[in-house]
Design a protein around this ligand. Structure first.
Ligand code: AHR
Length: 332
């Protein structure tokens, strides 16, 4: 296996050939094998996905699975159903299976040091994708590939500031956050908050987690509408929560995009359609298409090559007009 060879070279230790990982035995958390077994040049990746909570996540999973196939990487994939304990189980299972590289998108930022140390001790490189961890020891992982979530929050705030630049009235904002403790929830809130803090007329009158799902977005927005008679703006940390909130707003007899301005993040197909239809006013893109870059980085770290410690995804923003133009070629 490439990783074992490279590790032995780097560490100056004896090169030990380990029997190939069995495929299809992903452990308790439902990991499934990519099949094949692989020859000497084929690497095996254990990937622990957050879940299937959103359109973004579904597109991200597809990108990773397709890119693994194209790159000839044997993928062992598991879905943690938004639970950290399932991710830790999956990571331990990958360590036990002696995969060449582990990649995962951490559901929350904290609580990873022990399992990451176990991977390091087993000389299995780890790549963070999409979301960060807050480990002080940066040697516990090789690189972090994903978006700059603070920047995404800032872009959302900048659009809002621009929209209301000529108004002196108070702007009442409600915020639907992602799941508590997740990097995108923390960072998007921070970036948005920093930008709107420049003008005291912007007031966040309610802010609660909607767990990045449509159902929870709808439920929390219904509660916001009941307890707040005047809501001017909704900032939802992803399209799915925004789409759920649109149902709640329509259910309350209001017009989304007009009575309540809506800003979301992701730019998945359904969000872009709602933007083109005028139900959402602005979307900040967060690209889920991380698969190709991930496979490239994985091959490098397995060979013991240097990789940048941070790889930031390129992203844009969309107005309704831009959404109409982009929709026909949108890949997700
Ligand atoms: O970590 C990326 C975020 O997670 C996406 O914005 C959201 O849709 C997903 O669930």
């Amino acid at each position: 296996m490439l990783k074992r060879f490279a590790t032995a070279l780097v560490a100056g230790a004896l090169a030990v050939t380990v029997a190939g990982c069995s495929s299809g035995s992903g452990g308790d958390s439902g990991a499934t094998g990519g099949g094949g077994g692989g020859g000497d040049d084929k690497i095996t990746m254990g990937f622990s996905q957050v879940g299937a909570e959103s359109g973004w996540r579904t597109a991200n999973t597809k990108s990773i699975q397709e890119s693994a196939k194209e790159a000839g990487v044997e993928l062992k994939f598991s879905d943690a159903q938004q639970k950290q304990e399932n991710q830790i189980k999956a990571l331990r299972s990958y360590i036990q299976q002696k995969v060449d590289v582990i990649a995962f998108s951490p559901v929350v930022v904290s609580g990873w040091d022990t399992v990451l140390k176990e991977a390091k001790d087993a000389k299995i490189p780890v790549i963070l994708t999409d979301r960060a961890v807050d480990s002080a020891d940066k040697t516990l992982y090789k690189t972090f590939l994903g978006s700059d979530f603070v920047e995404e929050g800032k872009k959302a705030g900048q659009w809002l500031v621009e929209q209301y630049k000529d108004s002196k009235d108070t702007v009442n904002i409600v915020e639907l956050q992602g799941n508590t403790g997740a990097a995108p929830a923390i960072d998007r809130k921070k970036g948005f908050g920093e930008v709107i803090a420049a003008d005291p007329k912007f007031k966040i009158i309610a802010s609660q987690p909607g767990d990045f799902t449509r159902a929870k977005g709808k439920e929390v927005m219904e509660a916001f509408l009941k307890s707040n008679p005047k809501i001017d703006v909704l900032f939802a940390h992803n399209d799915d929560m925004g789409l759920g909130a649109i149902e709640a707003i329509e259910g309350a007899g209001k017009t989304p995009g007009k009575d309540i301005k809506i800003i979301t993040i992701d730019a998945v197909h359904d969000g872009m359609q709602a933007l083109a239809d005028g139900k959402i006013n602005y979307i900040v893109e967060c690209s889920p298409l991380l698969g190709t870059q991930l496979m490239d980085l994985a091959k490098k770290v397995v060979k013991g090559e240097q990789v940048p410690e941070r790889v930031v995804t390129e992203e844009t923003t969309f107005t309704p007009e831009q959404a109409k133009q982009a929709l026909p070629d949108r890949k997700y």
